[in-house]
Design a protein around this ligand. Structure first.
Ligand code: ZN
Length: 77
């Protein structure tokens, strides 16, 4: 337990008062809203099933997204 490297979660008491999201019992992420009693990540408290959306997973079939192919072209000399 500790703060990972630089940035991220180490707010160190700045927002310690009234934390809205606590550790979720189901998914283990700190995304369970203590007041509204539902997890933002897995939907615990809101839905008995895991909260899932199609846009969450990258491996969905059917639609092809027009993704930019950023290929670095090496210029050979
Ligand atoms: Zn959850």
């Amino acid at each position: 337990m500790g703060f990972k490297g630089k940035g991220g979660t180490g707010t160190q008491g700045l927002y310690s008062r009234g934390k809205s999201h606590i550790v979720c019992r189901r998914c283990g992420n700190r995304s369970y809203h203590a007041k509204s009693k539902e997890c933002a990540k897995c939907g615990f408290g809101k839905t008995p099933k895991l909260r899932r959306y199609s846009w969450q997973t990258k491996s969905f079939t059917g639609k092809k997204l027009p993704r930019k192919s950023v290929k670095k072209t090496r210029s050979k000399k």
